[in-house]
Design a protein around this ligand. Structure first.
Ligand code: NAP
Length: 319
């Protein structure tokens, strides 16, 4: 039997392990592809830990949620395989669900960048009626997805982008990367609320990577400071670094033209996503929007899982 190297989730309490598994075979309509790079994103870890809505229901299961692959015709493609796994030398894909990668694009950079970047691209292009010139608050801007949101918002024509986050030095860097204003999220709740109120009172969109109690504070601050109450505010829940739940007063929803919605897999039609992310891959390949890949070989998958990304970098498995 022909075998391939892979990373298997055998327990939700352990990192994936390097293993040899039977080589995949394509059913009619499918294609076997070579995997080049796989990103180790928060969602990738969450899936492997049994904590994501696409986590496998039976183990062992292939780890990995996305990949840059080489197709049978030699071309490169980006695939998202939430629930199916990507961390093997060869995997089976649905050719209709591939996103073409332009010649010359760096597979490791794409594997590091696509997941963080698509969070804001998907939100702004498919979930809210965003228009060029509008202003955006990125709540939790110092992680990879939040930092990419600053760049993506500018790329898509945002007039003013406010970056709010905890890491002061990363916030300063974001000023050089396109943020028009920064807000420090500190332990001093009054100071944080005052800074958010001053900088973001009349934003059109909030891209929220934090949620939980920090979002409760931010919502009160922004809504309480609004001077144009009927100006639509779309608050988009994208990540949950500060918690998975919030408490919200009905008054907040009645006193302003205020909508809360989420953006992620499951909230957008797959064909729409494929079209949008084809454009995003091209934008990343063109340069100027990149998360720095920190490469690990497949046999070091456990070290990759234990690795803590520095600001602006992402662990990537290179096969
Ligand atoms: N829905 C989607 O389509 C989608 C796609 C990609 C990612 N996401 C989600 O977005 C979130 C961030 O992903 P990522 O790739 O950016 O991860 P990351 O690079 O690991 O960044 C996470 C950052 O969150 C910040 N953070 C943590 N707790 C915080 C708090 N209480 N207040 C403010 N900031 C806080 C930390 O920055 P500091 O240490 O600098 O404060 C941390 O570096 C995750 O929940 C991820 O699952 C969603």
């Amino acid at each position: 039997m022909s075998m391939v190297n892979a990373a298997l989730v055998e327990s939700f309490d352990e990192p994936p392990h390097f293993r040899s598994i039977p080589a995949p075979e394509a059913a009619p309509g499918q294609e076997v592809v070579d995997v080049l790079t796989v990103g180790v994103h928060p969602a990738t870890r969450g899936i492997a830990a049994g904590k994501h809505y696409t986590s496998p229901t039976t183990l062992p299961a292939l780890a990995g949620a996305d990949a840059v692959v080489r197709r049978a015709d030699g071309s490169l493609a980006y695939v998202m395989m939430l629930g199916a796994g990507t961390l093997a030398e060869r995997i089976v894909i649905d050719p209709a669900a591939t996103i073409p990668v332009p010649d010359g694009a760096d597979p490791a950079v794409l594997a590091a960048t696509m997941n963080p970047a698509l969070s804001s691209w998907g939100a702004l292009r498919t979930r809210v009626p965003f228009q060029a010139g509008q202003s955006i608050l990125v709540h939790g801007a110092t992680g990879n997805a939040g930092s990419m949101a600053v760049k993506v918002a500018k790329h898509l024509g945002a007039g003013r982008v406010i970056a709010a986050g905890r890491n002061r030095s990363r916030l300063e860097e974001l000023t050089a990367e396109g943020a028009d204003d920064i807000v420090a999220l500190t332990h001093d709740q009054d100071a944080t609320a005052a800074a958010l109120a001053e900088a973001a009172a009349n934003v059109d969109v909030v891209l929220d990577y934090v949620w939980g109690p920090p979002t409760e504070l931010a919502m009160r601050a922004v809504l309480g400071a609004r001077t144009e109450h009927t100006r639509l505010l779309d608050w988009v829940q994208i990540g949950g670094m500060g918690g998975d739940e919030i408490t919200l007063s009905g008054h907040a929803l009645r006193s302003n033209a205020f909508r809360i919605l989420g953006s992620g897999f499951g909230s957008v039609d797959m064909q729409v996503m494929l079209r949008e992310f084809t454009e995003l891959v091209a934008a990343i390949a063109a340069g100027g929007m990149a998360v720095r890949p920190h490469p690990f070989p497949l046999e070091k998958v456990e070290q990759a899982w234990a690795h803590q990304d520095a600001p602006g970098e992402r662990a990537v498995i290179v096969l």
